[in-house]
Design a protein around this ligand. Structure first.
Ligand code: OXD
Ligand code: MN
Length: 591
């Protein structure tokens, strides 16, 4: 174990050394381990976790080097009501965030951290979000007492020696302090100090609450950095679509958690498209950092290096690329297991049956599902067959289209295009979706989730919308903006659109629009493809499906725009006038 910081005090690592020493004085660990990210280090940590039962080995024949972790049953999802953004002024966090004054939050958190690592090892994890040599990337250091977090951060970020070298070069990093504490929901808080580039998280070992590079750094803190520095930190997948001529367009798409981002990012084209030579490349499945390049286009990187994907529903049909990615070197959290110790979840549809559920009890469907609905796999992106070589490009990829989407059983058609950037920002700001199991709370309730950033924007949404609008400058060559809804249901409650690979038909129309080749029909809510706009060859759609997927329910949209107006009014006078004007313009056009 390496207890010494690998560079002398007085170097540009002095601030890091001081912080680590201060945290150690507060948390009083038995040992300090500086993570170098090496294979040997990982092997030692895995062995330790296997010995103490934190990780259970899965079938080495079918899933080599793969592990099952069971989290505490009360610690299975992000906890938005316990997540705070602590700006000096309450207004700067906005009505979209829970807020505490910074001094009070520090005092509260430091009291929890006091002595909390006694008997434990404190791990110091230097990491880089984004390709190690990209100017768009940013570094952080997470201090944690959880070896499970270390193993996950190793898959999800560029972690260890190269990140430390970059921190030494740049002298700046985001500070994240995490302890699993006692896993007592009464003593659980995830607290952000954007001005101080600092995160403190106590009492959870799960996902975005504990892997601080992900939601806490790459979205909440990064959105604040991005606003100051003129870029965008977004809850978006990035994919590349290569057409039969060999041209690739990159698309960034925002959907709320557990709405199929990973499936869309790894889409396999329908048979006919494959035959014609279409290919889809995965750049990222969850987070996108974008910045205008010298040519006026937006260039994007995926700050993550792995996938922390929702397991249930992942199958050879829904996402063969994900399934291929997780055959080895994968950490599964809260899934069920079969008699021969293979991971299992609802919707895997592989003909096997679970014998043990995610809590380690004999599977009884009357009691609970085998896998928790928010159970996950963690795996390096490099294992994904569709992983794009461009994902490692330090310049990022140029974005041709931005897509917003949500889960809407009614009203919202399959796809529409915004008329211009300002309209596109309104489309993002007005996004609504039915809630899922990725966060605690009721599932299936419609809530507004602007740009899918409701749980993740580190500052006032009114200022965030203004920041989005500010990209529309004279030299800018901004992406076209679209809205999709894969989740429209018919009167019988069944989905009307087949989804999955067939979503490429919708993306093809978008690319046609970007290239000026595809037609569209003007309506008050935006441009619709019309029935003839999409290639629907081989897709059987009923008349009801055609009406609902491609039509406009004017009365329904009038009510929707009244509701959007009420929602925007919650942001008060800070809301950019241009957005309200746009809402009023469309409401009027709807009559
Ligand atoms: C996630 C989420 O884990 O959005 O990506 O909840
Ligand atoms: Mn997400």
């Amino acid at each position: 174990m390496n207890a010494e910081v690998p560079s002398a005090a007085g170097s540009r690592l002095a601030a890091l050394n001081r912080w680590v020493a201060d945290v150690a004085a507060l948390t009083k660990p038995d040992a300090i381990h500086w993570c170098d990210g090496s294979d040997a280090e990982n092997a030692a940590l895995i062995a330790k976790m296997q010995a103490d039962g934190t990780l259970l080995p899965l079938n080495p024949e079918t899933h080599p080097n793969s592990w099952l972790h069971r989290s505490h049953p009360d610690d299975v999802a992000r906890v938005e009501h316990l997540t705070f953004v602590c700006t000096p002024e309450r207004e700067d966090a906005g009505p979209n965030n829970h807020w505490m004054p910074p001094a009070e939050a520090h005092a509260k958190m430091d009291a929890l951290f006091d002595g909390c690592m006694r008997g434990r090892t404190m791990y110091v994890i230097p990491y880089c979000m984004g390709p190690i040599d990209s100017p768009l990337s940013r570094c952080g250091v997470e201090i944690t007492d959880s070896p499970y977090v270390v193993a996950n951060m190793r898959l999800m970020t560029r972690m260890g020696a190269p990140a430390l070298a970059r921190i030494e070069r740049e002298g700046s990093f985001v500070k994240g302090l995490h302890s699993t504490g006692e896993l007592d929901p009464e003593r659980r808080f995830i607290v952000h100090f954007p001005e101080e580039l600092t995160i403190k998280s106590y009492g959870s070992g799960y996902g975005g609450n504990a892997l601080l590079g992900k939601k806490c750094h790459a979205l909440r803190i990064a959105s604040h950095q991005a606003r100051k520095e003129g870029w965008l930190a977004e809850h978006m997948l990035i994919l590349g679509i290569e057409n039969p001529q060999g041209d690739t367009h990159y698309i960034a798409a925002a959907f709320p958690s557990a709405c199929g981002k990973t499936n869309l990012a790894m889409l396999i084209p329908p048979e006919g498209y494959r035959r014609d030579g279409w290919k889809v490349w995965t750049v990222g499945d969850d987070i996108c950092w974008m910045r205008p390049g010298a040519d006026g286009r937006l260039y994007a990187i995926n700050p993550e290096a792995g996938f922390f994907g929702v397991a249930p529903g992942t199958s050879a049909k829904s996402n063969p690329n994900a399934l291929a990615s997780i055959q080895s070197n994968t950490i599964f959290t809260n899934v069920g297991v079969t008699a021969d110790n293979q991971p299992w979840w609802e919707g895997i549809d592989n003909g096997q049956v679970p014998v043990t559920d995610w809590r380690g009890e004999p599977f009884d469907p009357a009691k609970r599902p085998a896998a928790h609905p928010n159970s996950r796999f963690t795996v390096s992106a490099k294992q994904c067959p569709s992983y794009s070589p461009m994902a490692e490009d330090p310049h990022g990829v140029p974005i041709s289209a931005i897509v917003f989407g949500g889960r809407r059983a009614s009203l919202v058609p399959l796809v529409f295009e915004a008329r211009d950037w300002t309209h596109g920002v309104l489309v993002g700001a007005a996004m609504g979706s039915e809630t899922t199991a990725a966060a605690t709370g009721a599932v299936g309730v419609m809530r507004r989730d602007p740009m899918a950033m409701k749980p993740f924007c580190g500052y006032n949404f009114a200022d965030y919308f203004a920041h989005w609008l500010s990209f529309d400058t004279p030299g800018a060559k901004l992406p076209k903006v679209f809205h999709v809804n894969w989740f429209r249901k018919g009167d019988d409650g069944k989905f009307l659109w087949p989804g999955f690979g067939d979503n490429l038909r919708v993306l093809e129309w978008m690319i046609g629009r970007v290239e000026g080749k595809a037609d569209a029909v003007e309506t008050p809510i935006g441009l619709l493809p019309g029935e003839a706009g999409l290639n629907l060859e081989g897709v059987a759609l009923s008349d009801e499906a055609r009406d609902k997927l491609f039509g406009l329910d004017r009365a329904g949209w009038q009510a929707e725009f009244a509701s959007i107006g009420e929602y925007l009014a919650e942001y008060g006078p800070r809301l950019p006038r241009a957005l309200l004007d746009e809402q009023e313009r469309i409401a009027k056009a709807l009559g």
